[in-house]
Design a protein around this ligand. Structure first.
Ligand SMILES: Cc1ncc(COP(=O)(O)O)c(C=O)c1O
Length: 427
């Protein structure tokens, strides 16, 4: 077929697709080579089904024939339920008309950028992080990238933000962070918010656009050990005028395919996003909205689900964390950051330049990925997919698709794979 001309936007679209890695795993599994897919930020429903009460309520809504257009921006009963849910679990004080619902979180991120950022204006985000570059591209905005450090758990500090604070109109903060599985500590978050509020006091006086915050809390219930979720507004209440939170049921209720996401923030921004959404039509399906509204109202049921869900994810994360720590203690140049949140573990495999038992040198991260597929029977995502430099020795391991037995088997395979490298550097 002739190479038909499309838009410049279309021509410039790129993606480092995790799904391509995932396809490799599927092919191996089809050929009978059992390979673990730890690449996707998703859940295997056989191990992590959605809450059964949520499923029942959605089915009941279909049976009740709630199949016509829902109200644009979310049905009132759902927005009321969300307001109560975020108040009860997180002390967020928002009215139903400060909340917008869509088919998952993604359309809301797109609309938030469109509502705030003019072409060419700067958006600050950190790397490693999830997908910011694509949303920024679609918004025709200019990225302002801050590369974070492993010693800071790949999270931004106020010192790193300070030199750039005057340049941008939007900053993305995501905690717990995809891909690192780490969370911003209270004092650091407070310092960052104080900096933004101080900057905005100057901008408002000068009648300039403020620095808005896109606060991605899609993993906010998935926090482990003694860590607690901190409501950012409690740290500096003045931030409320500038922050839009993005949330939904995708991750915390293992409901990535159900497609119910929401945002809450200042009414003028939410209303603008609602007007845009009316034309996109990216609404959550009506039965899913009704089901989610009914489910979220059952606070004890929700808490019980989350307690068990968190425990199950944390157990898997720890199997891998302990495995990598054992290898580290044995002297191998590997490391992992203690799991704090989300469904991810950051693993460092400092093995470029080592030789396999067949004398093949692992010269690049691509070689390491192939080696892991062959010998450790697993696929991980290198941090360069999340914006880090190509040589970064860090990888994301996602546990949403595995059983405990899978995790134990895979931990055994990775141990053997590292131990069988020939000239592996040691600490
Ligand atoms: C940090 C973060 N925000 C938002 C999303 C998007 O969520 P949804 O599937 O509801 O669009 C994801 C999905 O991977 C994510 O990791």
């Amino acid at each position: 077929m002739a190479n038909l001309k499309l838009s410049k936007l279309a021509e410039g679209l790129t993606s480092r697709s995790i799904s391509k890695l995932s396809e490799k795993v599927d092919k191996r599994n089809e050929q009978g080579e059992k390979t673990f897919n730890f690449t996707l930020g998703d859940f295997a429903p056989q191990h992590f089904p959605i809450p059964s009460e949520l499923e029942d309520e959605i089915i009941a809504a279909y049976k009740g024939k709630h199949t016509n257009y829902p109200y644009v921006g979310g049905m009132e009963e759902l927005r009321i339920a969300i307001a109560k849910h975020i108040k009860f679990h997180g002390q967020f004080d928002y009215q139903p008309d400060e909340i917008i619902v869509s088919s998952g979180a993604r359309p809301l991120i797109y609309l938030l950028f469109k509502a705030i950022v003019d072409p060419g204006e700067k958006i600050i985000y950190t790397v490693p992080s999830w997908n910011n570059q694509y949303f920024i591209y679609l918004a025709n905005a200019t990225p302002l990238i801050i590369t974070t450090k492993p010693e800071n758990n790949f999270l931004i500090t106020a010192e790193e933000l300070k030199p750039h604070i005057k340049e941008a109109v939007l900053i993305n903060i995501n905690t717990p962070l995809n891909p690192s599985g780490t969370i911003l500590e209270q004092n650091t978050l407070k310092d960052i918010l104080d900096l933004i509020v101080a900057e905005n006091e100057i901008r408002i006086q000068n009648q300039q656009k403020p620095l808005y915050v896109f606060f991605d809390i899609i993993y906010w219930f998935l926090i482990y050990n003694d860590n607690e979720y901190i409501n950012p507004i409690s740290l500096n209440p003045k931030i409320k005028d500038y922050v839009v939170f993005i949330d939904g049921i995708s991750k915390c209720f293992a409901a990535t395919g159900v497609r119910v996401g929401w945002a809450f923030g200042p009414k003028p921004i939410i209303e603008t996003m609602r007007s845009m959404l009316a034309h996109l039509g990216a609404w959550a399906p009506k039965p899913e909205q009704i089901g989610t509204a009914k489910y979220l109202q059952k606070q004890q049921t929700v808490t019980n689900f989350l307690d068990k869900f968190k425990k199950d994810i944390f157990e898997r994360l720890n199997i891998f964390y302990d495995t990598i720590q054992n290898l580290k203690r044995a002297g191998y140049k590997v490391d992992a950051i203690e799991p704090q949140g989300a469904i991810y573990l950051s693993i460092k495999l400092d093995i470029i330049g080592t030789k396999t038992k067949d004398n093949k040198t692992l010269a690049t991260v691509e070689d390491i990925l192939e080696y892991l597929l062959d010998e450790a029977k697993m696929a991980l995502v290198p941090f360069y997919f999340f914006g880090m430099e190509e040589e970064s020795p860090w990888f994301r391991l996602s546990v949403g698709t595995c059983s405990i037995d899978d995790a134990k088997d895979a931990a055994g395979f990775i141990t053997k794979a590292i131990e069988s490298l020939k000239n592996i550097p040691t600490h």
